[in-house]
Design a protein around this ligand. Structure first.
Ligand code: ADP
Ligand code: ADP
Ligand code: ZN
Length: 217
């Protein structure tokens, strides 16, 4: 056993992983590692990795495991992850979960599943607004900006994600059920899964997450 903590946030697209990860990262003192954010960063800088991931992301498919694993393991090898890290959007396939598992050496690990019904997902994603400057996540209806198009947190410009178009979200949901939902059983079998209802207010979700982390990591 080590004192390193690995907290995994699982859940469908739009479940609220990113929103909660920002708060948890601060609350737990662990860096927030989002593979989606890392790919979007690579894409905005037109790196080779970003260009290789682009087509998969835009069509709502998963980026191939090899690309994801290389990027993720590179990220969690950085010094700020020495005490542990908070994973958002990773793992997303059984091979990714197995590769992570093979790398862990007795870290305290927990997988928090944000449960949100499919019927809510398209609306969550369709209204999602992301700040170009600080990464803050808002929503047209559920967390509306005080001034249209402007980030409440930093005054930066809010934009929509291309892959949040309803057709792409529906494809991402299919992909979630086929390739990512099996991770629920994977972590359940290890006794590491905690379920949290994601269809409550963000404050209530956060409180439930903290409750479920007690004694786990
Ligand atoms: P969401 O927040 O809606 O769950 P993400 O921002 O996590 O979406 O991911 C956006 C896209 O980036 C995914 O649809 C996929 O193409 C790619 N991606 C992110 N993480 C992974 C991963 N672990 N494995 C494969 N593809 C990924
Ligand atoms: P994920 O990272 O799982 O894809 P996000 O955290 O980006 O999800 O949330 C998706 C959208 O739903 C965002 O626009 C966010 O503001 C909104 N949202 C997040 N949590 C809640 C909640 N508990 N209730 C209503 N809307 C929420
Ligand atoms: Zn901002």
């Amino acid at each position: 056993m080590t004192d390193r903590r690995v907290v995994i946030l699982l859940g469908p697209p739009g479940a609220g992983k990113g929103t909660q990860a920002v708060r948890l990262s601060e609350g737990l003192g662990l860096p927030h590692v989002s593979t989606g954010d890392l790919f979007r960063e690579n894409l905005s800088k037109s790196t080779e990795l970003g260009l290789r991931a682009k087509g998969f992301m835009e069509s709502g498919k998963l980026v191939p495991d090899e690309l994801v694993l290389e990027m993720l393991f590179d990220r969690v090898s950085k010094p700020d992850c020495a005490e542990g890290y908070l994973l958002d959007g990773f793992p997303r396939t059984i091979p990714q979960a197995e590769a992570l598992d093979a790398r862990l050496v007795g870290e305290k690990t927990v997988a928090l599943l944000l449960e949100v019904d499919d019927s809510l997902i398209v609306g969550r994603a369709a209204g999602r607004l992301l700040c170009k400057s600080c990464g803050n996540i808002q929503h047209l209806e559920f967390s509306p900006p005080a001034k249209e198009g402007v980030c409440d947190q930093c005054g930066g410009e809010l934009h929509r994600r291309k892959d949040d178009e309803p057709d792409v979200v529906r494809e991402r949901l299919v992909v979630y059920h086929e390739q990512t939902a099996p991770l629920v059983g994977f972590y359940e079998n290890k006794g590491l899964l905690r379920r949290v209802k994601g269809d409550q207010s963000p404050d209530a979700v956060y409180a439930d997450l903290l409750k479920n982390l007690e004694g786990a990591v």
